[in-house]
Design a protein around this ligand. Structure first.
Ligand SMILES: Nc1ncnc2c1ncn2[C@@H]1O[C@H](COP(=O)(O)OP(=O)(O)O)[C@@H](O)[C@H]1O
Ligand SMILES: [Mg+2]
Length: 226
């Protein structure tokens, strides 16, 4: 699903990712952990084509990112959904409109859109907010809208950047249940997080750590898990 070799990325003189090698098989569930500033968001942005591959090689969901032209990036994004750290939802539109948008873009019929959007909103306990404008929602509710919009298209690969950052314990656990459900249906999932509780909830998941732009297998030593 993901094959990365010798990937480096710099913002000007600041080296954000250093010589990263990483593979993810279809159907894997991976936590990407590491402190703030470690490069997690930068790594995910490269994976869905928002940042270019400056050095090294990257292949994601069958697309060679070294050669994929800008005009074909929409194809990559059909298969790879993202939950952004800052949500990027349309706050002046309703919950329903936000979640329906990626289905509309794919030309899916209104009847199926209604069904799929309502089912996803129900599973995220947002059904009572279906018609509400997103600007009236709390941070945690907006975060769930961002997750609903990402999963509604049933992507091959889901990248979620700190998806529980604004949620309390109970909602974080509920969100993990949603990710787990999608994982069972075959979606490959990568979640960037520092939340130990959600990593412990998924004891079988693989953990990789980014620290100062360098990646290694396993959890940070400060984390209390081997
Ligand atoms: N747009 C940007 N311009 C300049 N530096 C950036 C930019 N985005 C991130 N960085 C730097 O790259 C490093 C990695 O950042 P980021 O990927 O956001 O880390 P994380 O998501 O793990 O907190 C940090 O040192 C950060 O300051
Ligand atoms: Mg980040």
């Amino acid at each position: 699903m993901i094959s990365i070799s010798k990937l480096s990325y710099s913002f000007g003189r600041q080296l954000a990712l250093k010589d990263i090698n990483f593979c993810m098989k279809p159907g894997e569930f991976v936590f990407l952990c590491g402190p703030s500033g470690a490069g997690k968001t930068t790594f995910m942005r490269i994976l869905h084509g928002a940042l270019p591959v400056q050095r090294g090689k990257a292949d994601v969901a069958g697309y060679d990112l070294n050669t994929l032209p800008e005009s074909r990036k929409h194809l990559l994004r059909r298969d790879v959904s993202v939950v952004f750290q800052d949500f990027k939802i349309l706050t002046n539109q309703t919950v329903f409109a936000n979640v329906a948008l990626p289905l509309k873009v794919r030309g899916i019929g209104q009847h199926i859109i209604e069904k799929r959007v309502r089912a996803v909103l129900r599973s995220l306990h947002l059904d009572h907010k279906t018609g509400a404008p997103c600007e009236e929602l709390s941070g945690g509710e907006q975060q769930r809208v961002a997750v609903a919009r990402a999963v509604v298209v049933k992507p091959k690969l889901l990248l979620a950047d700190e998806p529980t950052g604004n949620l309390d314990h109970e909602l974080s656990m509920r969100m993990m249940d949603i990710f787990q459900q999608f994982h069972k249906f075959g979606t490959s999932i990568m979640i960037a997080t520092h939340n130990r509780e959600i990593m412990e909830r998924m004891a079988d998941a693989r953990i990789v750590t980014l620290e100062d732009g360098t990646m290694r297998e396993g959890c940070a030593p400060s984390g209390g898990r081997p």
